[in-house]
Design a protein around this ligand. Structure first.
Ligand code: NAD
Length: 495
């Protein structure tokens, strides 16, 4: 897989081109190699984005939007192709991959409304014969750096909005599953996007660093783990850029004693084990309030044991983890949970997996009697491991969540509207579900967490996304007015 610069594939311009293997995690087979950019190739991509910017900024909103609509149509027609690419390199099951594409598509649809979103304000006669208007303008070339776990959707949280607003883009996808973004790049070309507006560089830290430090990159949108998000935020802001860096998560589900426990068990399974737990909105800590835990754990365990784990092209419920290293890391967390005294109710370390070859599987794993000191509670596992913690009261459960350094998503399950309303008010988390386990906001709202789940102020897409990819201007106007007042060195005052 090559880079994509100026609407064409290129191996880049490094004298010694490095490549990294890309594997199918369901079989362990190497399916390709991705080129890894250094400074020189990043410079070339940014130069392309910089050269394309003036003409793209000056392309009418109407013409820009027509390309967006065309992109939307093509993506909708061919989304199964993209879903298959995701499954082949990420491992998530096919219908989950399709779900990811559909959620990305919603952001494209949101960005199709850019003419409305970019409308400014106008005040007539703010002072005598003086009018004021405001507008928002694009920034220039912007960088997007995305994680492996949503190879198609996370880039689409940003680039439709950036492009529709008149910016040009250099994106560096995860080197673990790079094909989805190349596919998206080809689709842009087909939709009529001019050369240089959307560029892709592949690589790892050297490519990221080159983007973070590049004078011509005006903004950075990053999604990935917390340590790298913090590093990206600190480095890019030190280089004068606007940054939104979304980090890791440890999402809690608070279950009150009045909740419907069958509904809770179904939702805990979906949110804990969907995409093998490799979602930043996955539930990893279920906090059971009162005396419901025994019954609830039994219901979840029964469902977990019936899940089919295997190759995502075979109609299974859950696919593999992304790499063998990540598989070993997740299995290591399960070892640690057992060692530190949690009860292993369902053990995913050994299992009968529906796949050929040597895929990177861990089955659904359920722990009970987890306590806040345990490693499996403290760290982001990013695998199919659900921990149940037991507390006596709502307050204890809330305190647990609020003491956690992450604040991405959370959910409360209850039939008590008052308790839910109180939770919504008191919990220190950016995205909240009330009887909804994975509360991913719609494209016209904004996606983002609090605390160590977001560095920067601005969430993705929605109004905040439009704000991130534009900057404001206020214009004060007076035309042929004889009452301008002549020479006056005082500060302008309204009359
Ligand atoms: P990661 O942090 O390892 O990688 C993210 C990106 O950063 C990749 O493009 C990678 O190439 C690059 N990168 C990796 N190491 C780097 C380094 N040392 N310096 C500079 N760049 C580096 O994350 P991942 O494993 O790809 O994705 C999983 C993580 O992303 C999880 O922590 C998950 O919670 C998080 N995530 C968060 C959200 C959110 O919205 N908050 C969404 C999706 C994923």
């Amino acid at each position: 897989m090559d880079h994509w610069i100026d609407n064409a594939y290129t191996e880049g311009v490094e004298p010694n081109i490095e490549r990294a293997d890309v594997t199918n995690p369901a079989t362990g087979v190497t399916t390709g190699q991705v080129v890894m950019a250094g400074q020189a190739t990043v410079d070339q991509a940014v130069a392309s984005a910089k050269a394309a910017f003036p003409a793209w900024r000056d392309t009418s909103l109407s013409k820009r939007t027509q390309i967006l609509f065309r992109y939307r149509e093509l993506l909708n027609e061919r989304k199964e192709e993209l879903a298959a690419l995701i499954t082949a390199e990420h491992g998530k099951v096919l219908d989950d991959a399709l779900g990811e594409v559909n959620r990305g598509l919603e952001v494209v649809e949101f960005a199709c409304g850019m003419p409305n979103l970019l409308k400014g304000g106008y005040t007539e006669n703010a002072s005598t014969n003086v009018d004021v208007h405001s507008k928002r303008q694009p920034l220039g070339p912007v960088a997007i750096i995305s994680p492996f776990n949503f190879p198609a959707m996370v880039p689409m949280w940003f680039f439709p909005v950036a492009i529709a607003a008149g910016n040009t883009v250099v994106i560096k996808p995860s080197e673990k599953d790079p094909s989805a973004v190349n596919w998206e790049a080809e689709l842009w070309k087909e939709a009529g996007l001019p050369d240089g507006v959307f560029n892709v560089v592949h690589g790892g830290k050297p490519a990221v660093d080159a983007l973070l430090e590049h004078d011509d990159i005006k903004a950075v949108s990053f999604v990935g783990s917390t340590p790298i998000a913090k590093y990206v935020y600190e480095t890019a802001t030190a280089h004068g850029k606007r940054v939104q860096a979304l980090g890791g998560a440890k999402n809690h589900m608070l279950v009150l004693p009045d909740a419907d426990l069958d509904m809770v068990a179904d939702n805990a399974i979906n949110a804990g084990f969907g995409s093998a737990g490799e979602r930043c909105m996955a539930i990893s800590a279920l906090v059971a309030v009162g005396d419901i835990a025994d019954e609830l754990v039994e219901k979840i365990a029964e469902r977990a044991r019936n899940l089919r784990t295997g190759d995502g092209t075979r109609g299974t419920d859950m696919g593999p983890l992304v790499t063998s290293e990540h598989r070993d890391k997740v299995a290591g967390y399960i070892d640690a949970g057992e060692r530190e005294g949690a009860t292993v109710v369902v053990d995913g370390r050994d299992g009968d997996f529906d796949a050929d070859g040597n895929g990177y599987f861990v089955g659904p794993t359920l722990f009970d009697h987890v306590t806040p000191e345990m490693t499996i509670y403290k760290e982001e596992i990013f695998g199919p491991v659900l921990s149940v913690l037991r507390v006596d009261t709502y307050e204890e459960g809330l305190e647990l969540s609020n003491a956690n350094p992450y604040g991405n998503g959370t959910a409360i399950f209850t039939n008590d509207g008052g308790a839910a309303r109180r939770f919504e008010n008191e919990v220190e988390v950016g995205m909240i579900g009330i009887n909804v386990p994975i509360p991913v906001p719609m494209a016209y709202y904004s996606f983002g967490g609090w605390k160590n789940s977001l560095f920067g102020d601005t969430h993705a897409h929605g109004a905040e996304g439009v704000h991130f990819f534009t900057r404001g201007k206020a214009v004060t106007t007076r035309w042929s007015d004889p009452s301008h007042g002549g020479i006056n060195l005082g500060f302008p005052q309204n009359q």
